[in-house]
Design a protein around this ligand. Sequence first.
Ligand code: GTP
Ligand code: MG
Length: 222
Amino acid sequence: MSHTSGGGERREHLYKILVIGELGTGKTSIIKRYVHQFFSQHYRATIGVDFALKVLNWDANTIIRLQLWDIAGQERFGNMTRVYYKEAVGAFIVFDVSRVATFDAVVKWKTDLDTKVQLPDGSPIPCILLANKCDQQKEGIVNSPAKMDEYCREKGFAGWFETSAKENINIEEAARSLVNKILLNDKLLQSNDKDGEKFALEHKIANGENSRESSSGKSCAC
Ligand code: GTP
Ligand code: MG
């Protein structure tokens, strides 16, 4: 989901991002840290899906709104994930570095994602792997960055980060990296747009229409 408003140089984007992975890996904690600068040791399993909105002043002319979909680990490749994944343009898959079983499940989450959602041109959505709880003792190949790099290349991840929601490590960096990939895809898709659509956008800007439709819930093709 992407919305770009015209009107001079100013741009606004709305991107839907999924946060998935096994139970208790820290998905909700990562989002809480990122959006509310808050961490709790207390574990309360997410039921179904939760939402959070992060607004980024990306540069002087660009505002990016990230709609974060925090999907319960207990939804595990179930029927609902197809509904939740719809129109997402980026994803994080989270595992817990102290529980190797959560890493073993990563590839299942990746397959579930790739089979249920694609970009409008049919390519997979960019996905970053988060090795969370890096403040804890690590188990398995996460101890070898070279092996992790190779794993990510093989499985089609756009990258990976060691993160800690507890200690606030690398969460902003991981998000920035994902947004960079999304922006790149957005530009590529826009440059593939039909001339007619370009004309519609130029026409709108020329007429000084400030497309604020997003706030009233309508979507815009530009
Ligand atoms: P589900 O909603 O069940 O899928 O779990 P979740 O992935 O949302 O996990 P949640 O964020 O609820 O975290 C589970 C537990 O791990 C909580 O007790 C958190 O406090 C803890 N936790 C999360 N992130 C970290 C971290 O970076 N370091 C440490 N030490 N604990 C963490
Ligand atoms: Mg949760």
